[in-house]
Design a protein around this ligand. Structure first.
Ligand code: PEP
Ligand code: MG
Length: 849
């Protein structure tokens, strides 16, 4: 029935009523669909967002007319109905309309025990949620005449008036209090945290009560047809005789399983025809609502009622399986299945996760730098991490920040946490590559290595050997061991990824430095390697020393001898990468070692190096001092090293070409891509290109074999972006390194930003951490300029992005719009990027993740 819009409208939900989720909320719309499918839904009336908003403002609906829809002596419930079920809403209130007279009548028809239980439940809910009295005074007591009297007395005492007896007044007050609760600040902040817009509306549904307490088979329950954690098809739920609402799940004691179960009694044993009916309703919902639904039902004196249905709450892995199952059954198209999964949820499938249903006690917080979770014993150094791994004990490595000397420790650890750093700091980049959880910039903890303690903000002292769980997905350190969910690269995940690949219209490559990374990249379906950071190939213990020797060699003959040892290592590295990638493109970046990352930091490091080089410690120390740079991230890095000491790049180019010849012999012809880092001027490219071209000619002649290669430039300084037109003349491709580009555009150290990023974001100085979410305005403008100028100078040039932003949905949207050919990200981000790219190709809007 539609009331005069001047007053306050309410609409009985019938198959043809004008009900829309945007105006009445998802619950109201879903109820209408259930009614259209002929499910036995008790009579229901919907109040629109506008009506509820006006009730909050003090307007009064025609309550008598509303109640009249429910017949004589109506008993009703009121439930919230927001546009998105996840945004929540005020608690439902049942049994409105119960008063002393109705209670007396119910004693006759339903028995005193049932009447007391129904009335008491209403009084308790009204007192706590409407009159806002202290919940402790109305704690759920076993229903009895005495408990009922006590509740009525407590109400009268606290409010100075008897419990309201008029059903109209009861209903009005319930509606008003729910409407006002929604408009309160706490509720608004809560739903905004769940992604609701500030002005999101609330609808309400008023429904005739089906009494689950009373004579005959009466009770209530909840049923769903898939497992909310795994997504596998199975009936889950509970039924509790003589109960209402969600008591079957909340109370549990005495609750029955829905279908036969060795653990206890079931509704199927008791009422097989009801369970058969529920199964049919599940099928009807799946087919017509194109979704797996959770159904709230009540049995009233043997008769089944469906009160409500909502999407089954689900874990990321269940979401994937459900979407794939629905598509496989032809219920939804594959495109829909792809668009139903949040790209970020895919990343949860690739790693262990803290079970959301388990208990968690967070003791420190930082930046979520590498997703997944792991439990282990705390260790404060690399040696301890290795010792722990050798004992077979999983460990979490804690450092102030990490350096290449920690690599062994990082390999040995199941998780890494650092006091300093941001999302592109050393620890973060390496951990993401290794696929281990990592939290950086944990400013609310202090590591005191000398005393061997880690002190948290609340003064708690943790020692080496104490057990913690690192949640790299949420950026938290949790006390002790917690329940975990294992990774799930199952058939459903594989199917989704195949469909995503088909839908995708931009390439997705992986940043991969080692054969293990490359294998991971293949496993996750990358289109190639977009960035191989060759200096990372020297992080292994034995290699690191050779790298040190190369950096330390200051006489040409010493350098030549180290490079001669490096050549076969690099050749073997590249050959292996080419073999694993089987003809897919591999982009190798020439050395870009920020020196501070490669200088020995500790006394042992200096001693090891002195030993390896056969030099006195004092010589090594002197050389370390000579190489000291005030700002190593802007010092002798990348192409600057290549120009100053060209033999290094010569060696790498030779290794690449020789590996190309060898790998092409067995498999697909390899066309390597060679990338020059940290370029800022065309002349740099010119110089390097001339040497590399002549090296290629030399190798061709020596080996008598021809091969092709592509030479490109990493655009990661603002000047390179601005001068991309010149640079493109010598480059087959431009790959934008947004880590350094962000650092240099903002003048913001990527290793130190973590110290203030939290407070900058909190105060809205930056909307997001620009190292995490691409700054489309500033850094993005440089990307656009670079891409345009590069394309103009050389229309066939390949454009890509290879900074850590590469895997984020909004960077991918940006790159698609700017006409880039591919994005490259860490192997574990490839599936996330692939899905995000597919969704963009299918026209879905992206949200920051
Ligand atoms: C970059 O700067 O974006 C990049 C990918 O290189 P790196 O992180 O190795 O400096
Ligand atoms: Mg860089």
């Amino acid at each position: 029935m539609q009331k005069d819009a001047e007053i306050i409208d309410f609409t009985e939900i019938t198959p043809l009523a004008d009900i829309a989720a945007k105006r009445h909320g998802a619950r109201a719309k879903c109820l209408q669909r259930l009614i259209r499918m002929d499910l036995p839904v008790p009579r229901t009336v919907a109040l629109s967002f506008d009506a509820v908003h006006r009730i909050a403002k003090g307007n009064v609906p025609d309550i008598a007319a509303l109640l009249a829809l429910f017949g004589d002596g109506p008993l009703v419930s009121v439930r919230p109905s927001s546009e998105n079920q996840e945004w929540g809403g005020p608690a439902s209130i049942l049994n409105i309309g119960l008063n002393d007279a109705r209670h007396a009548a119910l004693c006759e028809t339903h028995g005193e025990v049932a009447a007391n239980a129904l009335y008491l439940r209403f009084i308790q809910a009204f007192a706590v949620h409407v009159a806002r009295l202290d919940p402790d005074m109305f704690e759920a007591e076993a229903p009895s005449a005495r408990a009922l009297r006590a509740a009525l007395d407590a109400y009268a005492e606290e409010t100075d008036e008897p419990f309201p007896q008029d059903p109209g007044r009861q209903l009005l007050e319930v509606l008003r209090s729910m409407a006002r609760a929604w408009e309160g600040t706490t509720a608004r902040l809560l739903r905004q945290a769940k992604g609701a817009p500030a002005e999101a509306g609330l609808g309400l549904v008023v429904q005739a009560m089906a009494l689950g307490i009373g004579p005959g088979e009466s009770g209530s329950g909840v049923i769903q047809f898939v497992d909310g954690v795994t997504g596998l098809r199975r009936i889950v739920g509970r039924y509790l005789a003589h109960s209402q609402g969600r008591d079957a799940i909340a109370v549990r004691e005495g609750a029955l399983f829905i279908i036969r179960d060795p653990r206890g009694g079931s509704l199927e044993d008791r009422c097989p025809e009801v369970v058969a009916q529920l199964r049919r309703y599940g099928d009807t919902c799946r087919i017509n609502l194109r979704e797996e639904m959770q159904i709230d039902f009540t049995i009233e004196a043997g008769r089944l009622w469906v009160l409500d249905a909502m999407r089954v709450p689900r874990s990321a892995r269940a979401a994937v399986r459900i979407a794939v199952m629905l598509a496989d059954e032809g219920i939804i198209p594959r495109e829909d299945a792809l668009c139903r999964i949040e790209p970020r949820a895919v990343s949860e499938l690739l790693h262990s996760q803290v079970d959301p249903a388990g208990r968690r006690q967070a003791i420190a917080h930082g930046i979520a730098a590498s997703p997944g979770a792991a439990t282990g014993r705390l260790v404060f150094g690399s040696a301890a991490a290795q010792a722990s791994a050798a004992r077979g004990e999983p460990c979490i490595l804690v450092r102030r920040e990490t350096t290449p000397e920690d690599i062994r420790g990082m390999h040995a650890a199941v998780g890494v946490m650092t006091e300093r750093g941001g999302v592109t700091s050393h620890a973060a980049v390496i951990a993401r590559g290794l696929g281990v959880p990592c939290v950086v910039g944990i400013s609310d903890m202090r590591l005191n290595r000398r005393d061997g303690v880690l002190i948290t903000a609340d003064g708690r002292k943790l020692h080496e050997g104490d057990i913690v769980t690192l949640d790299g997905t949420r950026g938290q350190v949790l006390l002790g061991e917690v329940k975990m969910l294992e990774p799930a690269l199952d058939d459903a995940f594989q199917a989704l990824m195949r469909w995503a690949e088909e839908a995708c219209d931009i390439g997705v490559r992986a940043n991969a430095d080692t054969p293990a990374d490359a294998q991971m990249a293949r496993r996750f379906g990358a289109d190639g390697i977009g960035l191989c950071r060759t200096e990372h190939m020297f992080f292994e213990a034995d290699r690191l020393t050779v790298m040190h020797e190369m950096i330390f060699a200051d006489r040409p003959e010493d350098r030549a001898s180290v490079l001669a040892r490096l050549l076969p290592m690099q050749r073997a590295d590249f050959k292996r990468l080419f073999e694993i990638m089987q003809g897919l493109p591999v982009c190798i970046r020439l050395f870009d070692p920020p020196l501070h990352e490669f200088l020995p930091q500790s006394r042992e490091g200096v001693r090891d190096l002195a030993e390896a080089m056969g030099l006195p410690i004092s010589d090594v120390q002197r050389r370390v001092q000579a190489l000291f740079e005030f700002n190593p991230m802007l010092g002798m890095r990348g192409v600057r090293l290549g120009i100053t000491i060209p033999e290094i790049y010569d060696m790498q180019a030779r290794a690449i070409f020789e590996a190309t010849i060898e790998a092409s012999r067995k498999g697909e012809p390899v066309v390597p891509e060679i990338m020059i880092p940290l370029v800022s001027a065309m002349r740099e490219v010119d110089l390097v290109k001339t040497r590399i071209d002549s090296l290629a000619a030399a190798v061709r002649t020596e080996r008598g074999v021809d091969f092709a290669y592509r030479l490109g430039v990493m655009v990661e300084t603002p000047r390179a972006a601005l001068r991309a037109g010149d640079i493109a003349q010598h480059a087959a491709f431009l790959s934008f390194g947004t880590n350094d580009l962000t650092q240099m555009t903002y003048g913001l150290s990527r290793d130190d930003a973590g110290r203030f990023m939290g407070s900058y974001v909190k105060q809205g100085v930056f909307a997001e951490d620009p190292f995490h979410i691409l700054d489309a305005e500033g850094v993005g403008e440089l990307l656009r300029i670079g891409a345009e100028r590069g394309r103009e100078a050389r229309p066939e040039i390949t454009l890509s992005i290879c900074g850590e932003h590469g895997g984020n949905a909004e960077s991918i949207a940006f790159c698609r719009a700017a006409g880039f050919d591919y994005v490259s990200c860490s192997p574990f981000r490839v599936p996330v990027a692939r899905l995000a790219a597919a969704q963009l190709a299918l026209g879905k809007q992206v949200h920051a993740d």
